[in-house]
Design a protein. Structure first.
Lengths: 115, 111
C-alpha cells in the first residue's frame, strides 16, 4: 500500500541551527501538508502546498519556516534558525485532492529535538 | 477560529466493551469531519463524514455526524486490546486545505 515516508525519524539539533525535514508523498497525490505535534498537545497545521505554491499557512508558519518541492518526489520543510520551542513531532501528509474532498495520509513523523 | 473539542480525554475499558467517543466543533463554513487513529506516531485515517445522519461503518467501528448539533461520535463495539490508541477528530472548514484537530481521546483497552 502506498505510504508517505519521512526522513529522518529523529533529529537532534542545536538551537540556532538550520534543519531540513524531508518527505516523499504518495506518488499520485497533488496536495501536500506539514503538521506538528508538540509533546502532549494537539496536532497543529503548519502549511499546505499545491501546484508549487503555498495554499494555506498558519500563524505558526512564520518567516523562519519554508517549504519546497525540489523535484518530482520530495517535499521539504526547512526551519532556518531553530528555537527550543520548535521541538516537536513533524508530520508530512498528502492527499489526492483538496482536503475538502478527500482524506490526507500522514507519514510516520520526524521527531525534532532542539537542544 | 475553528475549534474542535473531544471527550472524554481518556477512557479505560475491558475487552468486549463498547465505547463511544465524542467530537464537537465550531467551524466557519463546515466542509467535512474526519476521524483518525494514532497508535504510536502517524495518524491513520478512519472515516470522513460530510453529511448528517449517514452512518459510516468499517468492521467494529462506526461514525455518524450531526451537522445541526455540530458533533460526531465514533463507536467501537467489542473492543480489543489493539484498539488502544489516541483517537483524533479533525474538521475542514473555510480555509479548505487544512485540518483543525481536537485534543484526542486516549483509549486503553485492558485484556
Amino acid at each position: 500500500e502506498p505510504e508517505v515516508t519521512q526522513t529522518p525519524s529523529h533529529q537532534v539539533t542545536q538551537m540556532g541551527q538550520e534543519v531540513i525535514l524531508r518527505c516523499v508523498p504518495i506518488s499520485n497525490h497533488l496536495y501536500f501538508y506539514w503538521y506538528r505535534q508538540i509533546l502532549g498537545q494537539k496536532v497543529e497545521f503548519l502549511v499546505s502546498f499545491y501546484n508549487n505554491e503555498i495554499s494555506e499557512k498558519s500563524e505558526i508558519f512564520d518567516d523562519q519556516f519554508s517549504v519546497e518541492r525540489p523535484d518530482g518526489s520530495n517535499f521539504t520543510l526547512k526551519i532556518r534558525s531553530t528555537k527550543l520551542e520548535d521541538s516537536a513531532m513533524y508530520f508530512c501528509a498528502s492527499s489526492a485532492e483538496s482536503a475538502i474532498y478527500t482524506e490526507a495520509f500522514f507519514g510516520q513523523g520526524t521527531r525534532l529535538t532542539v537542544v | 477560529e475553528d475549534k474542535v473539542v473531544q471527550s472524554p480525554l481518556s477512557l479505560v475499558v475491558h475487552e468486549g466493551d463498547t465505547v463511544t467517543l465524542n467530537c464537537s466543533y465550531e467551524v466557519t463554513n463546515f466542509r467535512s469531519l474526519l476521524w483518525y487513529k494514532q497508535e504510536k506516531k502517524a495518524p491513520t485515517f478512519l472515516f470522513m463524514l460530510t453529511s448528517s445522519g449517514i452512518e459510516k461503518k468499517s468492521g467494529r467501528l462506526s461514525s455518524i455526524l450531526d451537522k445541526k448539533e455540530l458533533f460526531s461520535i465514533l463507536n467501537i463495539t467489542a473492543t480489543q486490546t489493539g484498539d488502544s490508541a489516541i483517537y483524533l477528530c479533525a474538521v475542514v472548514g473555510n480555509a479548505g486545505n487544512m485540518l483543525t484537530f481536537g485534543g484526542g481521546t486516549r483509549l486503553m483497552v485492558k485484556p
